[in-house]
Ligand binder design. Structure first.
Ligand SMILES: Nc1nc2c(ncn2[C@@H]2O[C@H](COP(=O)(O)OP(=O)(O)OP(=O)(O)O)[C@@H](O)[C@H]2O)c(=O)[nH]1
Ligand SMILES: [Mg+2]
Length: 344
């Protein structure tokens, strides 16, 4: 999983990279000033590792890149280049800020405008190209119609994320990269003295309309707390008015945003989190662990993490009949703890 930190200049993007990677990041080049690995926080996995006294704990992680294409390196005539740099990214972490004493709206609308404008610019160039081509050869009319529809949608200042597509439109869309199709998570980096202030209603309604998650924090404070254990960190953050640390917030919301389901495997040697696309079967999940497990899949023993927590131990959970046997078509639920039976 690969996400880009985006936002206007001086909003705190590089500070966010530091916080998420706990200072373990590398310097980048070009539009990327740095990158690193963000290990997602997961209290469920902590619970499992403790319960089974697992030697090793393997959490999910995300590759995070600090992107300056919409900040200090933004150039109106470089939109195409900037857009291409983001191909392969699956979500955007949008940093909105008032630490430079500008109102929040200024960095919010700046980013929204640049994202929509970049998509619009691509569409208009593509339409121009297809128009020229149409004099030489037969072009795909369906593509032109779709691009015109996208153009109208974006011109009404709505991201493509909110648009619904037919099967055949989806097919055409797959060939494109549109920035406003990417899911977004908003980090409001507020000045320490303003963390407790309400977010402007206009911005709030916009984010809620798009169903994007958002968090309010002070990245400067979070940066000072990097080496403080998570449990103490949240206490200190609360005293400043921050309700969820940015790491916990992003860890919790990333799976919804990316449309993935998290499941676990656990034993003495390792407790581990895995993910599959939402709606995947347990056989596909087995394939994530090892191709042999998918090939030789017999059945899966499954318990939901909440059931295991309630029972308090595997033994008790078994006595209560909370484990269930599932065949290969079983759809994995978020939080399932799975034991695959297979033979090769
Ligand atoms: N007061 C205050 N200053 C902050 C906070 N977060 C970041 N800053 C300051 O804002 C400046 C920019 O922070 P960066 O993290 O470098 O921001 P950036 O978005 O990466 O900036 P560019 O890459 O230059 O566009 C730095 O001087 C930070 O010290 C904050 O929460 N409070
Ligand atoms: Mg920076």
């Amino acid at each position: 999983m690969k996400v880009a930190i985006v936002g206007d200049s001086l909003t705190g993007k590089s500070t966010l990279l530091k916080v998420l990677t706990e200072n373990n990041f590398s310097r980048g080049s070009g539009y990327f000033s740095g990158f690193g690995t963000f290990i997602l926080e997961d209290p469920n996995l902590d619970f499992l590792a403790e319960l089974y006294e697992s030697k090793k704990k393997t959490l999910l992680h995300i590759d995070v890149y600090d992107f300056d294409g919409f900040g200090k390196l933004w150039k109106d005539d470089k939109k195409g280049e900037i857009k291409n740099e983001l191909s392969g990214f699956e979500a955007l972490l949008c940093v909105i800020s008032d630490v430079q004493d500008e109102p929040l709206g200024s960095s919010f609308y700046d980013l929204e405008y640049k994202l929509l404008l970049t998509d619009l610019d691509f569409i208009e160039k593509r339409l121009e190209f297809l128009e020229k081509e149409s004099h030489k050869r037969k072009v795909n009319e369906r593509e032109i119609q779709l691009l015109e529809k996208l153009d109208a949608w974006l011109s009404s200042e709505k991201p493509l994320y909110l648009m619904e597509f037919s099967e055949s439109e989806n097919e055409i869309m797959r060939g494109y990269l549109f920035l406003s199709m990417l899911p977004q998570i908003f980090v409001f980096n507020r000045h320490e003295t303003r963390v407790r202030e309400e977010l402007p209603q206009e911005i709030l309604s916009k984010i809620q309309e798009h169903k994007f998650p958002f968090f309010v924090t002070s990245l400067e404070i979070e940066e000072e707390l990097i080496s403080v254990p998570a449990s103490e960190r949240i206490e200190i953050l609360r005293s400043f008015g921050v309700e969820v640390s940015v790491k916990a917030g992003i860890s919790n919301s990333i799976k919804d945003v990316m449309g993935i389901t998290v499941f676990y495997t656990v034993g003495k040697s390792e407790a581990r989190a895995w993910y599959v696309n939402r709606g995947a079967t347990v056989r596909e999940a087995a394939g994530k662990i090892h191709s042999d497990m998918e090939r030789g899949f017999i059945r899966a023993e499954v318990i939901h993490i909440e059931d295991l927590k309630r029972a308090g131990s595997e033994k008790k959970a078994r006595e209560l009949g909370l484990y269930h046997l599932e065949g290969k078509e079983y759809i994995v639920n978020d939080g399932d703890v799975i034991l695959i039976r297979f033979s090769v």
